[in-house]
Design a protein around this ligand. Sequence first.
Ligand code: Q9C
Ligand code: ZN
Length: 674
Amino acid sequence: MKMGTALIYDEEMTKYKLLWVDPACKIEVPERLTVSYDALIQNGLTDRCVSVPVREATDADILQVHSEEYLEAVKKTPYMTLEDLKEFTLQYGDVYFHPNIYHCAKLAAGAALQLVDSVMTGKVRNGMALVRPPGHHSMRSAANGFCVFNNVAIAARYAKQKYGLKRVLIVDWDVHHGQGVQYCFEDDPSVLYFSWHRYEHQKFWPQLRESDYDSVGKDKGAGFNINVPWNQVGMKNSDYLSLFCHVLLPVAYEFCPDLVLVCAGFDSAIGDPEGKMCATPDIFAHLTHLLMNLAGGKLCAVLEGGYNLTSLPQSVCQTVQTLLGDPAPRPANLDGPCESALESLHCVRSAHRQYWSSLKHAADLPTSDISTKRIKLAEEEEGKSENGEEETSEEVWPEPLKRVPPPIRTAVVLPDGVTCPDGCKRFSSLEDPNQESVNKLRETLLKAEADSVALATLSSLIALVEKMEKNEICNGLALVADVSMAMMRLVQHAATAPHSRLLVVCVGDEVVPSLDTDDGKTLLVQFSSKESDKQKSKYHINVCLKKGCSDALGFTQAVLSLLLPLGYEYDPSLVLLVRMSDSGVCDSAWQQLTGLLLGLAQGRTLVLMQEAEKARVGLTASSLLGDAAPSLGQLDAPLPEDVEALERLRHRLQADWKLLQTTAAPDTGRGDAP
Ligand code: Q9C
Ligand code: ZN
């Protein structure tokens, strides 16, 4: 299955620049593109992508979003004198014109359209377009914020029209609010727009009232515009991931898009002079990964902002390498969201709970709107000296490590007679008899095992895990006679390794033998339909769903808003995914789970399944190989009891796991209930 990744770039788009002095615009330089493209070359990524040529967007394409008057006005700019250009520029905010910018703007929009075509025709699975000028601030009849035409908005209209798409998701992770995109689709329920942005209670550019969390969309489009205002600078990886797990992903899975477009601005990364945030470039590997199983993997990322010429290329490389399917690095220092991010999260969830079943049990707004917003604004206004720029110390961060994928992606341990799926390597410890440690373990751990077939399987599993730890094999899949026993043995084995942290995810009702997890070397999360009587510890969590795992949306929501945050905060070195014979999970939900878990532990996941489930080997292997999971389809809301039970469990666990928090400090909303 696994199709390629398109990369769209044309040097022509570096051929315009600011021709006069304007402090607001001096950061938007041609080097933004050249350093990004050079970094892709340096990391060997351009060679691995399918290079797709740009084209000029046509008048008809542009007129899908912009007015005729505006297009005609921009068309005249190539013939203007410097003085005329300056004057023309003056009618707009924070943007500049140049004799060649109209040409580049047509190429930038056309690049987005070429990307949509490449993905929608199946030439590639996903892709990225490196473009200038950016697009998300430009409006129907106005240039704004370095943007001339709204590349992504044009692409969304085009995709809907040309390919008959019913639903398009736009994720805007640029640090500015793409107000142009919001205005374009605000009353349109077929385009879901999500944007987070530096806001500081409306003090940050473009200082719009309508960038706040309570602009949720209009008329039929109510609920389809999601704004996350960042009211402080310095947001970190935890803050971004928290928003994905508790707002964007639950809503996106419920929305079920046919295509995902990303306004991929990297001014939300550390070191950016505009954003002043502290998320590291590797976070974009995770943001990308988390979106890659929506819409059957159809994802188009289009460059927006990003002005630090070190963090921009690093972030671009993280994004493209993830689109190519390489496992993401282990995310650093996820110490939980900050108070201000929690307040934003709280407000957004509450503003949207009437529109999305996954947010139905979100807590009420924190006390009153006035106390949280306007009063704070006034206080800060008082406390601060108004004379401009605070001293800025240069941010430093380590260069992301090279991501070297293991030579073997997926190894399988299968009984004789079960064929090895395409693209996988059949694995047996017998082929590798010199493994001293395995032999030792055989003696110590396995001597009790009478059955020689079971013994061979177990020693293969242990050998496989060791190869995963040594980065020789990325992930694996095994069919075993007794999943519980195999799981126990692997947990015991992991406990002997010094730095091992094992996340065990069990799917199904089978009773899990109680494991000694108190040392924190193992985190066990079980999804089942059976309420468990025993009091579980911080490291042994039972997620009980009425319909078990058979309610695909309910189950997936539990994965997104419970398992993922737990997994990210725990930061395992290995994931063991155990599918019990009575799991009841449907294929697409199972593949979603498998795909999403690959974001943890550098993709080191070992899947254990019962022998009788050999019919599931092919699709599980496909997920481990990095194919996108099929989408769940548009489903009915999960059982209200399940959503509520999940919310209660999350609430109970949030004292121990900060990434499970969804409200700012005193939680008195109705999510607090029973
Ligand atoms: N210091 C994009 O990132 N300047 N545009 C704000 C406040 C406008 C950003 C000045 C920034 C526009 C695509
Ligand atoms: Zn920006």
